[in-house]
Write a protein that binds this ligand. Structure first.
Ligand code: 13P
Length: 247
């Protein structure tokens, strides 16, 4: 199980960041568990010497820019230079700030060109009776993966994060049967983009109010390969309970 801890902007001090990192190192020793930490960008450098541990480092975003006169941008090559392995792309909180499908597609290419593994976030704001949200999810996946080579597509992780389930509590998350259905649907879309059996190796994560209280049920039988965890990953107690529930 891959657990990606998206600290968002919850972790407001270096001291807390270090504590969470030490905790994650301990938790990652459990078999079957792989942890990637996605701290806010200024902390990425803190963990640059992380290589000796079993923790992977993820960025929460990457720039469309490649360098030069681009004030405030963080290009992909800077991230790979710090030892970052994964980058979250197209999170709904960035899409809510105006990130377009086109921008997401460019970021996917920038990350891939630098050997970073994109974690592509997809998710509907709400569900409609006609299931139009399925077409939206297909569009989010297709527009992001189409510009990539077949080899690059195999380095992508999909994070299904229904926006209606983000930032609440365990009771508001998706139900395990619904999650299973979504995984099947996402696999169907991926099959059109990655021919043959290879698409089965693309990991699918779930995100949206994953907590210790629901994570085991969500994992069992849904076909997902891990979780993209928000608020519960920035709280030491909640995070260790969550990881232990999966181990
Ligand atoms: P929560 O776990 O806080 O619902 O956030 C999910 C998320 O957006 C992870 O990227």
């Amino acid at each position: 199980m891959l657990i990606v801890a998206n600290w968002k902007a919850y972790v407001a001090s270096e001291e807390k960041a270090r504590k969470l990192f030490t905790l994650a190192k301990r938790l990652a020793k459990q078999p079957k568990i792989k942890i990637a930490l996605a701290p806010p960008a200024p902390y990425l450098g803190l963990f640059a010497s992380f290589k000796k541990s079993k923790i992977w480092l993820a960025a929460q975003d990457v720039s469309e820019a490649t360098g030069g006169a681009e004030t405030g941008e963080v290009p992909a090559q800077f991230l790979s230079g710090l030892g970052v392995s994964y980058v979250i792309i197209g999170h709904s909180e960035r899409r809510a700030r105006g990130e377009t499908l086109e921008a997401v597609a460019v970021k996917m290419q920038r990350a891939s060109a630098q050997g970073l593994k994109p974690i592509l976030c997809i998710g509907e704001k709400e569900r409609d009776h006609n299931a139009a949200y399925l077409a939206l999810l297909r569009q989010q996946i297709t527009s992001a993966l189409e510009p990539l080579t077949q080899k690059e597509r195999m380095s992508v992780t999909i994070a299904y994060e229904p926006v209606w389930a983000i930032g609440k509590s365990a009771a508001d998350a998706i139900t395990p049967p619904d999650l299973h259905e979504m995984v099947l649907y996402i696999r169907k879309v991926l099959a059109d983009l990655v021919p043959g059996r290879a698409n089965a190796r693309i990991p699918i994560l779930y995100g949206g109010s994953a907590e210790a209280g629901n994570i085991r049920l969500l994992a069992a039988g849904s076909g997902i390969d891990g979780f993209l965890v928000g608020h519960a990953s920035a709280d030491p107690e909640m995070f260790s309970e969550l990881v232990r529930a999966l181990a």
